[in-house]
Ligand binder design. Structure first.
Ligand code: XIL
Length: 346
């Protein structure tokens, strides 16, 4: 039987996001699949600021160490995720010791210390870092975040310089969602070109890839892979999952979700997908992987944001029990038709 990493060995690395509890609680069957199928790994949460550096004077490296050991043992190339983001970052980062808003100098010192400590610890072991995550709005303007308000518009460049200082051999990436949007991709390309012109190291752009069955159009993904790789060199599909349910909004409820999976009598939350939806998901995966293979000269890695449908970040929100059926394995760890479809393209 062919595995994902074998099927794509001449094209790009195949990666998976590793959940913290897979390593802290026994998950032998699941980890066996992870080790067999993938040759790249990203931590889903355990290197985010709030996980690894929850308090000013306290780092928590136990989970990250476990993760790096596991990935190394199984020959998986590691992407660190992520250094500068507006989410999952504790409030203290932007406060002085007195609880007052921190000055620019204070935040700079905090950021330098964090990057030196975290990137420095895994120097030579973590091959690449998502240095900045989600800094651009969908309309192409820069997102309003504490980082930008306090450090100024060049905070991206600052973060990349600090990461390069901490590990001169590590690859450095910019990562974002919805980069299939023209305005957003244009700004990302511009940021990368400006950094390169200023001699700031940046090796590639991660397109997250939280997509659905019919959105975005494949032409839009195609166009952005071309424009982003022209600017950055490498493109990673860094967080792929294809949601069969409509994007969660306030209006969504259980009935809408049931309709969406095409089977009012089946409970989409607890049971499998109807065959027809399975086929649609498989076809969508076929379509995107055919595109990735066409761009194999630029695409360095394709990473799934999870392994099995029971543990997808799409689940349980906004309705508890909701499952988005986005991944290649079902909640019993059986490969879905989507898995066979991906193997067949490779
Ligand atoms: C998500 C994780 O999957 C969840 O477990 C967590 O609760 C929130 O973050 N974009 C990113 C990822 O860059 O870090 C996010 O991961 C999903 C969206």
């Amino acid at each position: 039987p062919v595995t994902l990493k074998e099927a794509y060995q001449d094209d790009f690395r195949m990666g998976v996001a590793i959940a913290t509890h897979w390593l802290t609680e026994p998950h032998p069957e699941l980890l066996k699949i992870v080790a067999e199928q993938f040759n790249a790994a990203t931590p889903e949460n355990l290197l985010k600021w709030q996980s690894v550096h929850p308090e000013r004077d306290r780092y928590h490296f136990a989970d990250a160490d476990r993760f790096v050991d596991f990935a190394e043992q199984h020959g998986m190339r590691i992407t660190g995720h992520t250094l500068v983001w507006h989410n999952q970052t504790p409030d203290w980062v932007f406060q002085g010791a007195d609880g007052q808003p921190a000055t620019r100098e204070q935040v700079l010192a905090t950021l330098r210390e964090h990057i030196q400590t975290v990137v420095g610890r895994y120097r030579g072991r973590i091959a690449g870092w998502d240095v900045v995550n989600e800094a651009i709005n969908d309309d192409g303007t820069l997102r309003d975040t504490p980082w930008r308000r306090i450090l100024g518009d060049d905070y991206l460049e600052i973060a990349f310089r600090l990461a390069h200082e901490a590990d001169p051999d590590a690859e450095l990436y910019y990562n974002d969602y919805s980069l299939y949007l023209k305005d957003k991709a244009r700004t990302a390309s511009r940021l990368v070109r400006t950094m390169k012109r200023n001699d700031v190291r940046i090796d590639g752009i991660g397109m997250q890839g939280h997509w659905s069955l019919d959105y975005p159009p494949i032409e839009d993904i195609d166009r952005s892979i071309q424009s982003l790789s022209a600017a950055a060199g490498k493109v990673m599909i860094s967080e792929l999952d294809i949601n069969v349910l409509p994007w969660p909004g306030d209006q969504i409820d259980a009935d809408v979700a049931r309709q969406a999976v095409g089977s009012p009598e089946l409970d989409p939350y607890t049971q499998g997908l109807p065959a027809e939806k399975q086929a649609q998901l498989a076809n969508r995966y076929t379509e995107v992987f055919e595109l990735f293979v066409r761009h194999r000269d630029f695409i360095d890695r394709v990473t799934f944001w999870g392994l099995e449908d029971g543990a997808s970040w799409h689940n349980n929100w906004p309705i508890k029990g909701r499952t988005a059926h986005s991944l290649l394995f079902d909640r019993n760890l059986r490969p879905k038709p989507a898995f066979d479809a991906v193997i067949a393209v490779g």
